[in-house]
Design a protein around this ligand. Structure first.
Ligand code: HDD
Length: 752
């Protein structure tokens, strides 16, 4: 029953295929076109929704499932009562016939899906990617064309922890981006560390089993500081490079907003003329690369396990949209697939930026929080095999296994093969597949011929070659080969790049790496595991090995072979340059006799600098509520605040004579010092902030607070002034470098 000629189904000049969604109705139904969902039920539009901080979410009412005026069952039946089960009398047994009770409890029983086997803990945001248009010489991918705007969804994650684990544990972070391009979905599923633990995907279950909690007691949660992890990485030295990155500050980022991202594998780009180029993808954060210090990360794990998740959502809600540039390192697509002697198929190797600069090719901006965590962040399904024309894979053996694993895992995680129909996973390009049926099939397909070739549906769908936007794999010639279970000889170098990383760090960063190894190995119980890891460290650097050995109270072994000679890559160090301070959090401590005009002015100046001021007072409520000027909201009290929430702390001084002081009537007459000086909670806050190398500012009388905390007033990064106006500019300048690095002993020793 062919109703039209095949020729009439070809794309029109605008690229629209007649009969596809968004085009005029075609004379013939697409055999694979799903029906639109039913319109919302009557009375199902609700009040405007607001976020927990009172901001309108702008959610489309048609999508708010519980927004209607009346409660219904899943079948649309209005309900008079959802608080009492149907019983035989008020004290009698509950009746099985209570269909609402059964529906409600049954649905609840099935609310959870299996968490991701890795990267279970995550947070995500919507955004837009805009191409710079300068990559056309290497790729024909349309979303990279100049000024093309592509919607994206980005999910950040930790690797090892369960869904409810803390955000700031020492771990690699996932950085997965879904580009909803006009040519189909492209997923860049990367990490914040540019190398991986293993060179072959067949080892993935091993490294993950070793890193996850011990199978007997299921501890420790979200940690690598235990025997099985260190057992594996010392017996399997290709993990050494990723491990030293994990022991560096990269594994405890300050924020998702201040992480780099890496595609890790080498991919192959294809230009419009068919030319190919090898490429590594990088995400460069506009805010710079910044980390926590280890003690801070540990405190946050208890104080605010949602620290990174909250930080991302708050920044986006406040309009401080996080941004990254997508960059590429490109390499000639040579037969040996190496660059400057570095094997590009080995995912444990980087190519230093000094050898192959990163060229920015587009800008990512995250500008909207998800409306529903489960629907979006939990159900999003990434896959390194989601590619678009112009981007192809290489024969990296780690990537090959991933191309299998990501589709496979969704089948148990999302309950069947139709997860691409879940709203967050739907491509924004028209879909016309011949996939049918299966669990959770949401589409109501029409037509009778979901097969090819057919004559019943006019021969549709047609296939499209590269000239019509079809995805055509690069016809890479393969060498004559013998089937083997082997790695190439070049994969055997496991020490030169860990050494390159170590030598590229500043003394402070090296000290952090040393402390991290000492901490993690100190948590191991088996002496043999500690000793074996020291032998691995000896092959990276004798100084590193000796310092860790000293901390463990063990002898330092000698290197097993002469140390490789390497050229450091300064680009790998995080401690350099100055960066925008947008979204940084400034705690303003207002004690009982605080100068309210000063607090008001500083708070406004912090806002004006694009940062977030949080006023900390002895009790909640507002400051100066009974005065003429606008009251100041108190966001934290001495009880709820902890130093780790803040990037810098300002101490409000006492007011000039005749000016208002908050709570002055309660303060001891003539005391003249802010009440915060003697409060042990503020003393603790200052001591921690000082130890974590955060800028501290204060005015008029704040010296007493510092003295109570044992902080010399002439320390680096301590700014004192007579008046409020004298502190903020200097504190902002210090924040541009992220921390007051001079406060760390290694920096002092280095300077000396
Ligand atoms: Fe993976 C999830 C990143 C190797 C198997 N991986 C997952 C996520 C990220 C990465 C960011 C979370 C995606 C999300 O937010 O939903 N994985 C990487 C990187 C790798 C890597 C950068 C190496 C370069 N992964 C890797 C291998 C395998 C897997 C070698 C298996 C052979 N990864 C998975 C998985 C996950 C996953 C089991 C769990 C949940 C999911 O895929 O959707 O399939």
């Amino acid at each position: 029953m062919a109703k039209s000629e095949p020729a009439s189904r070809k794309p029109d000049p605008a690229g629209v295929i007649p009969g596809s969604p968004g085009s005029e109705p075609a004379p013939l139904d697409e055999p694979t076109r799903p029906h639109e969902p039913l319109p919302p039920k009557p009375d199902q539009s609700g009040p405007d929704t607001v976020s927990p901080t009172g901001q309108p979410t702008g959610a489309d009412q048609a999508t708010v499932a519980q927004g209607g005026a009346y409660l219904t069952t899943a079948q649309g039946l209005r309900l008079p009562d959802t608080d009492h089960s149907l019983k035989a009398g008020p004290r009698g047994p509950v009746l099985l016939q209570d269909h609402h009770l059964r529906e409600k409890i049954t649905h609840f029983d099935h609310e959870r899906i299996p968490e991701r086997v890795v990267h279970a803990r995550g947070a995500a945001a919507h955004g837009v990617f805009v191409g710079y248009g300068n990559a056309a010489n290497v790729t024909k991918a349309a979303f990279l064309d100049k000024d093309v705007e592509t919607p994206v969804f980005v999910r950040f994650s930790t690797v090892l922890g369960s869904r409810g684990s803390a955000d700031t544990v020492r771990d690699t972070r996932g950085f997965a981006t879904k580009f909803y391009t006009t040519e189909g979905v492209f997923d860049l599923v990367g990490n914040n560390i540019p190398v991986f633990f293993i060179q072959d995907a067949i080892k993935f279950p091993d490294i993950i089993h070793a890193g996850k909690p011990h199978p007997d007691r299921e501890i420790p949660q979200a940690q690598s500081a235990h025997d099985t992890f260190w057992d594996f990485v010392s017996l399997h030295t290709e993990a050494t490079h990723h491990t030293i990155w994990n022991m560096s500050d990269r594994a405890i980022p300050r924020s998702f907003r201040t992480m780099e991202g890496f595609g890790i594998h080498t991919f192959r780009l294809v230009a419009a003329d068919g030319g190919t180029t090898l490429v590594k993808f990088h995400w460069k954060p506009k805010a710079g690369v910044h980390s926590l210090v280890w003690e801070e990360a540990q405190l946050i794990s208890g104080m605010d396990p949602d620290f990174h998740r909250r930080d991302l959502a708050d920044a986006i809600e406040a309009g401080a949209f996080p941004q990254w540039e997508l960059g590429i390192q490109t390499f000639p697509d040579t037969a040996d697939q190496t660059f400057e002697g570095i094997d590009l198929l080995d995912p444990t190797k980087i190519v230093p930026e000094e050898l192959a600069p990163v060229r920015p090719i587009g800008l990512l901006t995250l500008n909207a929080n998800p409306s529903n965590y489960f629907a979006e962040t939990e159900q999003v399904a990434f896959h390194p095999g989601h590619l678009v024309p112009g981007i192809d894979v290489t024969d990296d053996p780690l990537l090959a296994g991933r191309l299998f694993s990501y589709l496979d895992t969704q089948i148990s995680r999302l309950g069947g093969p139709n997860f691409a129909q879940i709203p967050i996973n739907r491509p924004h390009a028209p879909v016309n597949d011949m996939l049918r049926d299966g669990l959770h099939q949401d589409a109501v397909h029409s037509g009778v011929a979901p097969y090819r070739p057919n004559s019943l549906d006019g021969g549709c769908p047609f296939t499209a070659g590269a000239d019509l936007g079809g995805y055509v794999e690069v016809p890479v010639p393969l060498p004559a080969a013998t089937k083997v279970r082997e790695a190439p000889a070049s994969f055997a170098d496991h020490t030169s790049q860990p050494r390159l990383f170590w030598l590229s760090l500043t003394p402070i960063e090296r000290e952090h790496v040393t402390a991290a190894y000492t901490f993690e190995l100190g948590k191991c119980h088996e002496p043999a595991i500690k000793e074996r890891n020291l032998r691995v460290l000896a092959d990276i650097d004798p100084v590193l090995c000796a310092r860790v050995a000293e901390g463990l109270g063990l002898p330092a072994p000698a290197p097993s072979e002469p140390l490789p000679s390497v050229q450091p890559s300064p680009a790998l160090s995080q401690i350099r340059g100055t960066w925008p301070v947008d979204g940084r959090v400034i705690g303003i401590v207002a004690g009982l006799t605080a100068d309210l005009d000063g607090v008001r002015a500083v708070r406004q100046a912090v806002f004006d600098a694009g940062m977030v001021p949080l006023v900390i007072a002895p009790t909640g409520g507002e400051l100066g509520a009974d005065g003429d000027a606008a009251p100041i909201p108190v966001q934290r009290t001495f009880t709820t605040a902890r130093s780790v929430e803040f990037d810098a702390i300002l101490l409000a001084g006492t007011p000039a004579p005749g000016k208002d002081a908050y709570g002055a009537r309660d303060a001891k007459a003539g005391n003249g010092t802010p009440a915060s000086a003697t409060d042990p909670r503020i003393v603790l806050m200052l001591a921690e902030a000082y130890r974590h190398a955060k800028p501290i500012g204060g005015w008029a009388g704040s010296e007493d607070c510092l003295t109570a905390a044992g902080i010399p007033t002439d320390s680096p990064g301590v700014i004192l002034a007579e008046e409020a106006g004298g502190v903020l500019a200097d504190v902002v300048e210090l924040l541009g470098a992220h921390r007051v690095w001079e406060r760390f002993p290694a920096a002092a020793a280095d300077a000396g």
